[in-house]
Structure formats: C-alpha cells, structure tokens
Design a protein around this ligand. Structure first.
Ligand SMILES: NC(=O)c1ccc[n+]([C@@H]2O[C@H](COP(=O)([O-])OP(=O)(O)OC[C@H]3O[C@@H](n4cnc5c(N)ncnc54)[C@H](O)[C@@H]3O)[C@@H](O)[C@H]2O)c1
Length: 383
C-alpha cells in the first residue's frame, strides 16, 4: 500500500482531551494500525506536530510516544507549508484566536467544542473558514458512542413510532479539591476562564438532539452553582464563578420534548455517566455511552400505582438489550477518520464550524434563559 502522510499541528495536546482522546486514542492509534485505508491503495498516516505553551511538557510528551516534533511557536508552525491540518484542544477561552490564525494560514482545521465563547465569534469562524475554502470539522464525539449509535439505529428503523420525549441525565460528583483532588481542571468552574457546565455540555446536547431527533427550537434552562468554593490544582481556594449544574428543557423540531439534567454535583445511581431515555408511541429505549436497552409497546408491562405494597416487578429486567451487531471503535477516533477522509478525498462531512456554532448558540441561549427566567426560541443559523 502507498503511504501518504498528513502533518497535523496539535495544540493543547498536554490537556486531558488533547492527550488521551485525540493524540493517544485517535491519531497514535491510527499510526499503530498502519494508517487510515483510503480505499484506493493508499494509507493515510497522521504525523502529529505537538504545539503548546510549555516546552518541557511538550518535550516529555513527545519523548513518551516516540514523536520528534514539537513547538511553542504557533505562528511558526502555521507558517510551515507542510502542515495540512490544525487541531485545537486548548482551553476554550484560547480557541477562537488560534482558529482564526489557522484559517488565515489556509490550514484545514479540526477542533474541540465549544468553538468560541460566544455565538458571534463562532459564526465568524464558520464564515471565515467557508470563505477561505478550507475543510473544517468540530468534535461531536457523543454521536459515535456505541450506546448512541444503537439508539440512532432504533430511530432510523422506526422503532419508536412517534417520539414523545427524551430525558437525559448527565453527571457525577466532581470533588471540591479539599480532601480529595478534583478530577476536572479548575478553569471549568471559573466563568472568566471559559468554564461552566452549560458552555461545556449544551453544545453536546445540541448535536445529540439535532442528529437523533430534530433541531432544538426552544430552550428553557435553570443553571446554578451548587458548590461555590473549590480548590485548584495547587490546593488554593477559589470562588466557583461558573455554573456547575443546569436543568434544561428543549423543544425539538417534529414536536418531541427533551429534558436534560447536567450536573457536576450529583452522585451516580445509574448504569452510566450519561443516559437518555426515549419514549415513543411504539416503544422506549434507554441508551448510555455503551449500552442501549429497549422495550416495545407489545412487551410493555402494566404497572399499577400502589404505594401500600412493596414493588414486586423488577423494572430493569423488563428491557431487552439492543445488540452491537458490529464492532465499535473509539468515538473520537471514528470521527477523526471521517474528517481525514473528508480532507484527503473530499467525502461529505456535516459536523463543521456551522454545526459547532449551533452548539455555542444553544449554550448562550441556555444561559440567557436561566438569567432571564424564561423560555427562548432558538433561531435557525445560516452563514
Ligand atoms: N469532546 C468532549 O467530550 C470534551 C470533554 C472535555 C473537554 N472538552 C473540551 O476540550 C477542551 C480542553 O479541555 P480539557 O478538559 O482537556 O482541559 P485541560 O485543562 O486538561 O487542557 C487544556 C489544554 O489547553 C492548554 N492551554 C492553552 N492555553 C491555556 C491557558 N491560558 N490556560 C490553561 N491551559 C491552557 C493547556 O496547556 C492544555 O494543554 C475544552 O475546550 C473543552 O470544552 C471536550
């Protein structure tokens, strides 16, 4: 097979997402498997060039994975004509400026969400990229999770009949950092640094709802900060200025209603860290990251409300496991592969900067809805 390399500048690669999901689980995994088979006798092999602020961290990361190129000079990397793609997994607040530079340098770009801290910025990025004629993609990893792929299969197979409602429960306890270290970076809890659960999670809910059930047409949210003080990576106390929980109701095109709770101040009594229950006239399903269980109308038991007696039915056992019927790769890697095909072969790719802007829009409107205490229409975006 002929080998074609694609050089990718990876910024923010020392962070949680950049390191584990994008570098190790996606691009290094692709290299290990011999590259991406383009189907024309060519294997596309990614060649990461690590970019960041701290030379020492980049150097040790590169050494750990046998990589040879890293730089703290983004401008110089972008000026390198052999770099085809710019990837960004920096903190959210640093993203917009870097993406603009990459567009101006004519690089294709692939980026973590949210693409910007405000809708105007996100739309401007989409417009600039379109005008520049570059290929662009935004991470929408949840769509590639086994649980949601199986759920999508049920939707596409007409399993639900008319979909009535979607209920999502996302969250887990994020330690405050005092007696146990916090398992998320402290900037997530500071609004001034681009933190907050609405900004973080509503972009995910936008594309999940949109791709599976229909575009979000209105939002009503209540965002709050349950834990007002936390300790940072150095053990220093700080004020949590960003929301750490949001309770949202979303109307969807087609008439279904979605209600999603997102919280970093909740303890898990669920099978997975996120679960969606979908109820339709013909059947229901509960999907998590990996599993999906369904209950058809014909197999629906008839519970009768009687609080005087202990429950005799084992409700969870009344559901049927939806089979995998195939192998599922890591969701981030699966999306990278589609994007790389888009760049190399021009195959269609729908999760672009305009799709990313819809996520930013929903987060912005969610926060406004919460601040103003009212339901807001979500206008359809165009370039
Ligand atoms: N797709 C997903 O499921 C998902 C999940 C979590 C986070 N994210 C997104 O990924 C991005 C990174 O999140 P993370 O959890 O990996 O964060 P992180 O704090 O672990 O990593 C942030 C990276 O940005 C770099 N950076 C650049 N400028 C910085 C600055 N001024 N201050 C601090 N760090 C700076 C850091 O060095 C580091 O490499 C965020 O935009 C976040 O919204 C996406």
């Amino acid at each position: 097979m002929t080998v074609r390399t694609v050089r990718i500048a990876m910024n923010g690669v020392t962070g949680r997402m950049g390191h584990r999901q994008h570098l190790v689980r996606s691009l290094l995994a692709l290299r290990e498997q011999g590259g991406l088979d383009l189907g024309d006798g060519t294997a596309l092999v990614p060649e990461p060039v690590l970019v960041g602020r701290r030379e020492h961290a980049l150097e040790s990361l590169a050494a750990r994975y046998g990589l040879h190129e890293w730089s703290t000079d983004l401008d110089a990397v972008l000026a390198d004509p052999t770099i085809e793609i710019y990837f960004d997994a920096q903190v959210t607040s640093a993203r917009e400026t870097a993406l603009k530079k990459a567009i101006a340098a004519g690089k294709h770009l692939y980026t973590e969400k949210p693409t910007a801290t405000g809708l105007d910025g996100a739309l401007e990025l989409a417009r600039l990229a379109t005008r520049a004629g570059i290929k662009h993609g935004v991470v929408q990893d949840k769509l590639f999770l086994p649980g949601l792929l199986k759920l999508k299969r049920l939707v596409e197979g007409g399993f639900f009949g008319r979909i009535l409602s979607v209920r999502g429960e996302f969250g887990y306890w994020v330690f405050e950092g005092d007696w146990q270290e916090a398992q998320r970076p402290s900037w997530n809890y500071r609004a001034e640094d681009g933190g907050g659960i609405v900004v973080d999670m509503f972009p995910h809910w936008e594309y999940v709802l949109h791709n599976l059930f229909g575009r979000v047409t209105s939002v009503q949210a209540h965002a709050t900060t349950h834990i007002p003080r936390r300790r940072d990576e150095r053990g220093k106390p700080y004020e949590a200025t960003a929301d750490d929980a949001a309770y949202g109701i979303f109307e969807l095109e087609g008439g279904a209603l979605a209600q999603i709770n997102s919280s970093w101040a909740v303890r898990v009594h669920r099978d997975e860290l996120v679960e969606f229950q979908v109820d339709g006239t013909e059947g229901s399903a509960v999907a998590g990251l990996r599993r999906c269980r369904a209950q058809h109308r014909a197999a629906t038991p008839k519970p009768v409300w009687n609080p005087d007696l202990p429950a005799t039915e084992r409700f969870r056992e009344q559901w049927q496991e939806v089979p995998d019927n195939g192998d599922f790769d890591n969701g981030f890697k699966a999306q990278w592969e589609l994007f790389l095909r888009h760049v190399a072969l021009g195959t269609p790719y729908e999760w672009d900067l305009l799709a990313g802007a819809r996520g930013v829009q929903l987060a912005q409107l969610g926060l406004r809805s919460s601040a103003e205490g009212r339901r807001l229409t979500v206008p359809e975006l165009s370039l």
